[in-house]
Design a protein around this ligand. Structure first.
Ligand code: DGP
Length: 114
């Protein structure tokens, strides 16, 4: 989508430290990391929020979770644990309106989140 920051990263118009890519998904380091491991996993297709996900996105959503598993293993945090977060709309703090799964790990995670 024109003007979407994450679409520009998908199209390699904006640089990012990419850690995983397949035909459906791209994953890259968050520019403002909140944990020793902080990766954003995004679909290549533009989907603004989780509210816009439909059954047609089944394969994309599955691919995002598969990517999370692979990255967690590669970063050696699969066993200790990690957190997957999808902020949706304003009260959750979504700032980029192209869905993205935060993969956070490498430190203890408190609950409830802030
Ligand atoms: P959220 O607040 O859930 O919408 O998360 C958006 C995240 O995107 C936030 O943690 C910072 C990250 N981010 C914003 N702009 C860029 C960028 O240009 N490059 C990268 N790598 N991450 C970005």
């Amino acid at each position: 989508m024109i003007g979407c920051l994450f679409c520009k990263i998908v199209q390699k118009q904006i640089p990012a430290n990419i850690v995983f890519e397949d035909k459906r998904v791209l994953a890259f380091e968050d520019v403002t990391p909140q944990a020793p491991v902080h990766i954003l996993i995004i679909p290549k297709e533009h989907i603004p929020t989780v509210n816009d996900v439909t059954g047609e996105h089944r394969d994309i959503i599955m691919a995002m979770f598969e990517a999370a598993k692979v990255i967690a293993k590669e970063k050696n945090i699969a066993y200790q644990g990690y957190r997957l977060v999808l902020n949706t709309n304003s009260e959750a703090g979504q700032s980029v309106f192209h869905i993205h799964m935060h993969l956070l790990g490498g430190r203890h995670m408190a609950w409830p989140p802030g």
